[in-house]
Design a protein around this ligand. Structure first.
Ligand SMILES: C[S@@+](CC[C@H](N)C(=O)[O-])C[C@H]1O[C@@H](n2cnc3c(N)ncnc32)[C@H](O)[C@@H]1O
Length: 244
């Protein structure tokens, strides 16, 4: 676990994403109340939380179960003079303790996979007000003809990976209205995420060359990036903007 957090600590993001995509998704949310209540689930170090706070009124609860990420977000909120709009909360997405219909918006970038796309949509719905929005990004196959090595890697790393078409069916089955969906640009994987990891690898490799478990994790990170370089037209992150 230590090495995992050494790879990930201090990065601007903990998954693919960028401000343009966050703001693009936000642009589909119409008539948000001035005192809007937003819940950002699996906020990580909170790049998207800061973007949301700058571009909405009201309050955001930023929830994660890893305290160092929340501390980082708290620091950023203070620097950006946004701490009156963002409240960080250490908690689990599996066990949300909010009153029904508490939120105008539930936001979750690159984190709904932890509970599962379908389960997240079902379980979080009760916390949305009527007409409230759920915005989530989730890894997806963009095509059906997936190369074998890619299929093998991702079905091992994330067996529940689905096509965009399957996600749309899940959205419809869960009785949400689909407002928009779009893929993250390839640059959003590199800019704030893979490049930060790539930069740390040489130093971590020299530190852990004698530790087979740690080296395995580092090699897996490298392999994941290699696959993305090779096959980014076959898969990526898809943003979904849906309404209760
Ligand atoms: C891939 S990261 C995405 C972080 C952030 N939204 C972003 O896009 O940079 C997933 C986040 O979910 C958090 N997480 C993992 N399990 C969780 C749980 N059970 N409840 C809440 N957050 C969790 C992790 O700590 C991590 O910050």
């Amino acid at each position: 676990m230590n090495i995992f957090f050494e790879i990930h600590q201090g990065n601007l993001r903990e998954g693919p994403g960028d401000s343009q995509s966050t703001l693009c998704a936000l642009s589909y949310l119409k008539n948000l109340p001035v005192e809007s209540h937003i819940l950002d689930i699996g906020c990580g170090p909170g790049m998207q939380t800061i973007d949301l706070a700058k571009n909405t009124s009201g309050k955001i609860i930023a929830l994660d179960n890893h305290q160092p990420y929340l501390d980082e977000l708290q620091r950023r909120a203070v620097t950006e003079k946004l701490s009156n709009k963002i409240a960080v909360q250490n908690g689990s997405m599996f066990d949300l303790n909010f009153a029904p219909e508490s939120f105008d918006v539930i936001w979750s970038e690159g984190a709904i996979y932890i509970i599962g796309f379908e389960k997240g949509l079902q379980e979080w719905k009760k916390f949305l007000k009527r007409g409230g929005y759920l915005v989530a990004s989730e890894i997806a196959w963009f095509r059906e003809d997936i190369p074998e090595e890619l299929q093998k890697f991702w079905t091992q790393a994330y067996p529940a990976i689905k096509t965009v078409k399957e996600h749309l069916q899940i959205i419809s089955n869960a009785n949400y209205r689909l407002l928009a969906h779009f893929p993250l640009p390839e640059s959003a994987w590199w800019q704030n995420y893979y490049h930060s990891i790539e930069k740390k690898l040489p130093q971590l490799e020299s530190k852990y060359y004698n530790d087979p478990e740690a080296m395995e994790l580092l090699n897996a990170e490298k392999f994941e990036m290699e696959l993305f370089r090779k096959y980014s037209s076959f898969y990526g992150y898809e943003f979904y903007v849906i309404q209760k």
